[in-house]
Each structure stands twice: as structure tokens, then as C-alpha cells.
Design a protein around this ligand. Structure first.
Ligand code: SF4
Ligand code: SF4
Length: 384
């Protein structure tokens, strides 16, 4: 779904518009925000590395606190926490920072569309850079033809459907708690660290293939495979402000469509209604006619400036994360000794990998709940 198709021939550049000034491009500020978030991720990665060194040393190395921001890389656990909160009103203490970070991402998507992908996500910046380098090398935007493009775009929704079905339709509050309390979930961030630090040759080759594919097909991972992007894209359809084209002033130059990294035919639609639009605002930046492409609530509604989007995206993250911090729901409650204990048994921790195992988890948590309502989902591990 790429927009409302409009077939009317546009009128020439209206004299009504030439007295208006073009708004300054936002592209360089978007890049600054992207780079700032990459630096934050690097900082988190370095701190986490030293935290794991401490665990590996058995507590002998210098203590470096675990950065709670690492929980941003646990979206499934965070989604479960949000659902658990919706069912019980409790913020689960295992990864509270992840809970607030995901809430910020969902709020931003509802307000400003899939802006997480083009303003915040480090993978988005990497994909975008690969696409730009490829465009410079080949002199054109590399994209798949319509036939493979459409079916491939559904892959990310199939992956999302699996997670949504497993979490929202199969799991009960008891089994959610059981998973969130599990040893695997408590140290899922450490497991994630090793997934990349001790990377298997299969994962490495998969990443290399995705890297190469993203060079030859712009945004390959984001467009076809990322279930996170699928979730945000679906939510973004509810956003109140859409990119709208003023037919009376548009000169049909197609600059907006040419620059769009999501291949949306902006020059052919009245308003952009697409799950692929990442609110990168590149189309607004290149449009040469003032007041022709705008972010508006309705054709006659009020205009949201590009600066407002930039400030809004960053402000939502800061405010939501500050609420987590101030309310005392940012750091988890695992002690150093508990982490040292889990480090010894890390390799043995696993998670449900299919519907049958989720059913089993439901049955086990229901049995535990029936036998002893006070102990449901509690870890039997002496490390807790
Ligand atoms: S260029 Fe415009 S239509 Fe295309 S993704 Fe960016 S904001 Fe959306
Ligand atoms: S950039 Fe797009 S909206 Fe702006 S004048 Fe050209 S075709 Fe029309």
C-alpha cells in the first residue's frame, strides 16, 4: 500500500505559492541524530563488554555496571513485558529499561510514523549508507522489480505474525511471567552479547550475505526481513500527520519520488499512506515548490514543520526514558552475585522455540499456579 493514487494532471506552479519561503532541509540534522544514537549504542556496547569481562573473571576484574540501555536490543522480551503490564498492571523487573525504550519507540511510531528506522536505528543508518554508496557507484537507485518486491515484503509480516500470535494469542499472564522470570530472560542481554562476540560461521555468513544484498538492493534487511520494522510500519498507518501533496502547486518534477528510499511514488499520490514510509522527510527536503509537500493532519489541517518532527522524535525518547528513570524502573534487580552465578550456567539456558514449547510453558505455569499461587513463575535456581 503506497498511497492514494491520483491521476489528475497537476496545474503549473501557482502564483499563490511563490511568496512563501522553502523550509530549511532537515537531512543534516537527521544524520546528526542518527550518528548520536550510533555513538550511544557504541558507548553501551563498550560498557557491556567490560561488564561481561567482570563476569568472566569470576568477579576479580574491575566492576563495571551493566548499562540498562542494552535492553534496547531485547525487543521480544520488551514486547512481552508490555503485554504483561497490560494484563497485570505490573512492570516486570527483569528488563525495565527495555520496557520503557520499546514504549518510546511505539509512541514515536504512532505520532510520527516509522521514524525509528530513519532517525534512530543504527541498522537503518548502515542500510542507508550502503544504499547511498551503491547509488554513487552504479549511478542509480538499486531496487527489485515489482514482482519479487511485493511478495518479499510480506516476509517481515509473516515473522511479525509469528511473534504476535505466540505472545498475544498463545501466552497467558502466568506463562508470560514464567518466561520473564526465567533464567534465560534474566540474562538474555548477556546471551545476546555472546551471540555477536562469539559469532558462529553461519551467523557471520548470514550477516555478510545481508550486507552484500543491502548494497545491491537498497534497505534489503529493513524492507523485506525486519519484523520490528513491520510492527512499526503497521502502527505508523495510524499516525495523525501524513505527507500530503498540494495538487495545485505541484510541478510534477518527480524529485520527491526519485529521492524516496522506500520507492514510494510520492509524485503520484495525494497523501502518502504507506507502511514503508520512514518519515525520513527527504521528499519534503527536495521539493522545489513551497507549500507543496507538507506533513499535515488533513488537507486543510495544520502543518507540522520538519523541525517539529526532529525535536518531537528525540523528545519522546528522552521523556519516556526519563519517566522510567525517575519512577525507579530503569535498573533491573539482579545483584552482582546473581550475575556471577548465571554466568556459570549461561550455556545451558534456552527459550521456547516453537508453538509446542509455548504450549508446554503454558501448561507448566498453570500447574505451578494451581499448586502454589504464590510461587508461579519463580525461578528454582539458587542464583535468584
Ligand atoms: S522520502 Fe518521503 S515518502 Fe519516502 S520514506 Fe522518506 S518521508 Fe516517506
Ligand atoms: S517534488 Fe514532488 S511534490 Fe514537489 S513539485 Fe516535484 S513532483 Fe510535486
Amino acid at each position: 500500500m503506497d498511497g492514494d493514487i491520483e491521476t489528475t494532471t497537476a496545474a503549473p506552479y501557482s502564483s499563490q505559492t511563490k511568496n512563501y519561503r522553502l523550509e530549511a532541509p532537515i537531512g543534516k540534522y537527521r544524520l546528526a541524530v542518527q550518528v548520536a544514537f550510533v555513538l550511544v549504542c557504541l558507548w553501551i556496547g563498550i560498557e557491556f563488554h567490560y561488564f561481561v569481562r567482570y563476569l568472566e573473571s569470576g568477579g576479580l576484574a574491575t566492576w563495571v555496571a551493566r548499562p540498562p540501555g542494552a535492553e534496547a536490543f531485547l525487543p521480544i522480551s520488551s514486547l512481552m513485558s508490555i503485554y504483561y503490564f497490560a494484563l497485570t498492571g505490573e512492570i516486570h523487573p527483569a528488563h525495565p529499561a527495555g520496557f520503557f525504550i520499546l514504549i518510546a519507540i511505539l509512541v514515536v511510531s504512532l505520532l510520527f510514523g516509522k521514524s525509528f528506522c530513519s532517525w534512530i536505528c543504527p541498522v537503518g543508518l548502515l542500510s542507508e549508507s550502503l544504499g547511498d554508496w551503491s547509488e554513487k557507484l552504479f549511478g542509480r537507485k538499486m531496487k527489485l522489480a515489482r514482482f519479487p518486491d511485493y511478495p518479499l515484503r510480506s516476509i517481515k509480516y509473516l515473522l511479525l505474525a509469528f511473534f504476535v500470535y505466540a505472545i498475544f494469542f498463545l501466552m497467558t499472564a502466568a506463562s508470560l511471567k514464567s518466561f520473564l522470570d526465567s533464567d534465560y530472560n534474566l540474562v538474555a542481554d548477556v546471551k545476546m552479547y555472546y551471540f555477536f562476540a562469539d559469532i558462529s560461521s553461519f551467523v557471520l555468513w548470514t550477516l555478510i550475505v545481508l550486507f552484500v544484498l543491502s548494497f545491491f538492493v537498497r534497505n534489503f534487511w529493513c524492507r523485506y526481513l525486519c519484523p520490528y520494522g513491520a510492527l512499526l510500519g503497521a502502527l505508523s498507518l495510524l499516525r495523525p500527520f501524513k505527507i500530503r501533496r498540494n495538487l495545485s502547486s505541484c510541478i510534477d518534477c518527480a524529485e520527491c519520488a526519485n529521492v524516496c528510499p522506500s520507492n514510494i511514488k510520492v509524485d503520484k499520490v495525494i497523501s502518502v499512506v504507506s507502511d514503508e514510509c520512514t518519515t525520513c522527510l527527504s521528499c519534503l527536503d527536495v521539493c522545489p515548490v513551497p507549500q507543496t509537500l507538507e506533513l499535515k493532519s488533513s488537507p486543510r489541517g495544520f502543518n507540522v514543520s520538519r523541525k517539529t518532527v526532529a525535536i518531537g522524535v528525540v523528545a519522546v525518547y528522552i521523556v519516556v526514558c526519563a519517566i522510567g528513570l525517575i519512577s525507579g524502573n530503569w535498573d533491573n534487580n539482579l545483584t552482582r552475585d546473581e550475575y556471577l552465578y548465571h554466568q556459570k550456567y549461561l550455556q545451558s539456558y534456552g527459550h521456547p522455540t516453537g508453538m509446542a514449547e509455548i504450549d508446554e510453558l503454558n501448561e507448566q505455569s498453570n500447574e505451578t499456579n494451581t499448586a502454589d499461587p504464590g510461587s508461579q513463575g519463580q525461578s528454582e535456581n539458587p542464583g535468584r
